[in-house]
Design a protein around this ligand. Structure first.
Ligand code: NAI
Ligand code: AKG
Length: 421
């Protein structure tokens, strides 16, 4: 238990336990799904620009592969811990199952402040990680991708390193690669697109549509920026955005193109100025008087200490694990809808799946066709989760619990027919 209440892993395991009870699955399912199948720890030496060697510790958690190869991102963050990586890998197992993907779940991490590395040091670290993991990954074994602090360039170095070891090009081992290295242009914005699609569909049910609904977003990286872009395109009004330093709020709506230009030029949205715009902290942004709140940075930001101050009626989890289990109870009682991470931010991994399919068959769809395929999968998941939620009882069960039951069902049946359980 942390100062903010349940830790991310504790919250995930509490939801799993409840889903197993709600779905009537045996306790053995909890035993198998509450811990990873394998944890790999690697220590990667990097010759720093100053001439000295520094050793970085990294992990790859392979949680469960009943439904197919492990799949999930790699996080570069100074405060990452093994416990956090286990929680992230566990969520991936349920996310991939929920969305009907032929994957199990995994997640990788390196404890590093990548902003302090030179480009050469970052490349050496990325290649070192791919080399150390090479015996444990592959297009049919474990397929990593980016998460916080990693990007298509890092995936390109990793694919190149892995391909050197195998002696031939293996694009399907990492996803979210640059387009020229058999990536797909949709992957860059797919997580934010998925956030917006889920918000739009929920808004139809809550208010008859998303047009004019106000949105505050915490985090203005890949998910936060593209979430804002697509939400605006779908008719919502983005009034606040923040990054790690804090952010800006304008009740009449922000000019996103200008905010993004300031972020790209100065490193933070905090430097954006316009009439009617004021600064907000990362705590304040969660409590603004808006219709929709999108936490799109890190975990445990909505906790028992601030759950009662949140005014949004709809929370769309762009980040993984932004809401603690204690906070979710409070918000559910207050009638707030929380669209959970394994559903609302699944656009990224669903698009990774489409990229992987392209790489395996060496045949590539155009951008529009890819996006349509992505949207179809997301809408199918949305409808299944809503049906399951209605069946289980919307006042007794949260949307997250309904999504977990839906996800566990597929994994449990796969483990059963495989004879694991
Ligand atoms: N990139 C992807 O495709 C996917 C990402 N996610 C999740 O979305 C979240 C964000 O990931 P990305 O956008 O990829 O990362 P990113 O590294 O592109 O951006 C992270 C953003 O959060 C901000 N940030 C960092 N610490 C913060 C803090 N304490 N308060 C407020 N903002 C802070 C950073 O300034 C940056 O704007 C993570 O939880 C990640 O696991 C989930 C699914 C897929
Ligand atoms: O595209 C992927 O495989 C990464 C997805 C991921 O890490 C996530 O959904 O949290």
């Amino acid at each position: 238990m942390s100062l903010r209440g349940t830790t991310f892993l504790e919250s995930v395991l509490q939801t799993l336990k409840r889903a197993i009870e709600l779905g009537g699955y045996p306790q053995e399912a909890y035993e198998m799904l509450s811990r990873p199948q394998r944890i790999i720890t690697v220590n990667i030496p990097v010759r720093m620009d100053g001439g000295k060697i520094q050793v970085f510790t990294g992990y790859r958690v392979q949680h469960n592969n009943a439904l197919g190869p492990y799949k999930g991102g790699i996080r570069f963050h100074p405060e990452v811990t093994l416990e956090e990586d286990i929680a992230l890998a566990t969520v991936m197992t349920f996310k991939n199952s929920l969305n009907g993907l032929p994957y199990g779940g995994g997640k990788g991490a390196i404890a590093v402040d990548y902003k302090k590395l030179s480009k050469r040091e970052l490349e050496e670290l990325s290649r070192g990680y791919a080399r150390a993991l090479a015996p444990f990954i592959g297009p049919e074994v474990d397929i990593p991708a980016p998460d916080v602090g990693t990007d298509p360039q890092i995936m390109a170095w990793m694919v190149d390193e892995y391909s050197k070891i195998t002696g031939h090009n293996v694009p399907g081992v990492f996803t979210a690669k640059p387009v020229v290295l058999w990536g797909n242009p949709v992957r860059e914005y797919s997580t934010g697109f998925g956030v917006a699609v889920w918000a739009r569909e929920a808004a139809k049910k809550l208010w008859g549509g998303i047009e004019g609904k106000t949105v505050a977003i915490q985090g203005f990286g890949n998910v936060g920026y593209w979430g804002a872009y697509w939400l605006e395109k779908m008719g919502a009004k983005v009034v606040a955005v923040t990054d790690s330093r804090g952010g800006v709020y304008n009740p009449s709506g922000l000019k996103l193109v200008e905010v993004k230009a300031v972020k790209d030029k100065t490193g933070t949205v905090m430097n954006y100025e316009s009439s009617g715009t004021r600064k907000v902290t990362n705590d304040e942004v969660l409590e603004l008087p808006v219709d929709i709140l999108v936490p799109a940075a890190l975990e445990n930001v909505i906790h028992k200490g601030n759950a009662n101050n949140i005014k949004a009626k709809l929370i769309v989890e762009g980040a993984n694990g932004p809401t603690t289990a204690d906070a979710e109870k409070v918000l559910h009682t207050r009638g707030v809808w929380i669209l959970p991470d394994l559903a609302a931010n699944a656009g990224g991994v669903v698009m990774s799946y489409l990229e992987w399919v392209e790489d395996l068959q060496w045949y590539f769809w155009d951008e529009e066709e890819t996006r349509n395929r992505l949207e179809r999968i997301l809408l199918d998941t949305f409808n299944r989760v809503m049906n399951r939620w209605n069946k289980l009882g919307t006042s007794q069960v949260t949307i997250r619990e309904a999504a977990y039951v839906e996800a566990v069902d597929r994994i449990y049946n796969a483990m059963k027919v495989r004879g694991w359980i």
